[in-house]
Design a protein around this ligand. Structure first.
Ligand SMILES: [Fe+2]
Length: 247
């Protein structure tokens, strides 16, 4: 399976603060059946320039690879980019994309209005030739109130990612609904460390199997393979929700 969202690189964001912890996280992921990892440290445009971020990310990656005695993971460098209007001060955002693809993992800030968010997403797509992958869509309460906004994002061309660890929190029910409605395309562990935000995958897969949603794992894997090859993803038609999920 491909993990599309992971904070495993050491000493770069709020992920692991030592290489040893990164290595432990990788061991855990391997034992749970993850074979490919997209490394996605946070990028905040208000905090640093893309030059500085990419330089730190590459150094962190180099240090990690050096520390791995034997590595049979396939790694791809990426980032988790917080959507903000100042991003668009950069003439290009290519180095924030996932590997050599046109895909980019995008974290939303829904504290503002949704129109502004959709406008910024359109800017990424039409002005920067980026295909946004919206990270951990279940974490935004806005989407529980107005779930069909996710269809708007999909129709614009976005892909949708959920966190595997959401089976262990209040979003457990929500992610099942999102999967059943064909609102989700990719998964990520969004792991940050070995304790409070550790890698969870096996439990997620078992949970989906038990709920009769095992098909989704193959679907997410196939979608992931297409993203990494920079192919278009063949998505299932989303089924609209009839009502809000929050009353
Ligand atoms: Fe994250």
């Amino acid at each position: 399976m491909i993990d599309f969202h992971a904070h495993i690189l050491p000493n770069i964001d709020d992920g692991p603060s030592s290489i040893e912890e990164s290595v432990q996280m990788l061991k855990s992921l391997k034992s749970q059946g993850i074979t490919d990892i997209v490394l996605t440290p946070h990028y905040y445009c208000l905090k640093e320039s893309i030059d500085i971020f990419v330089d730190q990310r590459d150094k962190s990656f180099e240090a990690l690879v050096e520390a791995l005695a034997d590595n049979d993971f396939s790694f791809t460098l990426g980032s988790e980019v917080l959507l903000h209007k100042n991003l668009f001060l950069n003439p290009d955002l290519d180095r924030l994309k996932i590997g050599n693809t046109n895909y980019m993992l995008v974290e939303l800030n829904l504290a503002g209005n949704i129109e502004q968010t959709l406008y910024n997403i359109e800017q990424l797509i039409y002005s920067y030739n980026i295909i946004p992958i919206i990270s951990h869509v279940e974490n935004y309460s806005y989407f529980k109130r107005v779930p069909n906004t996710i269809i708007d994002l999909i129709e614009l061309g976005c892909l949708i990612q959920i966190n595997t660890c959401s089976i262990n929190n209040l979003n457990r029910c929500f992610i099942q609904k999102l999967i059943k409605h064909n609102f989700v395309h990719l998964i990520g562990t969004d792991c940050h460390n070995c304790s409070t935000r550790k890698p969870v995958y096996r439990e997620f897969a078992q949970f989906l199997d038990k709920k009769g949603l095992g098909w989704f794992l193959n679907y997410a894997k196939e979608n992931g393979a297409n993203v990494l090859k920079n192919n278009r993803v063949r998505i299932k038609e989303p089924i609209p929700f009839k009502r809000s999920l929050i009353f």
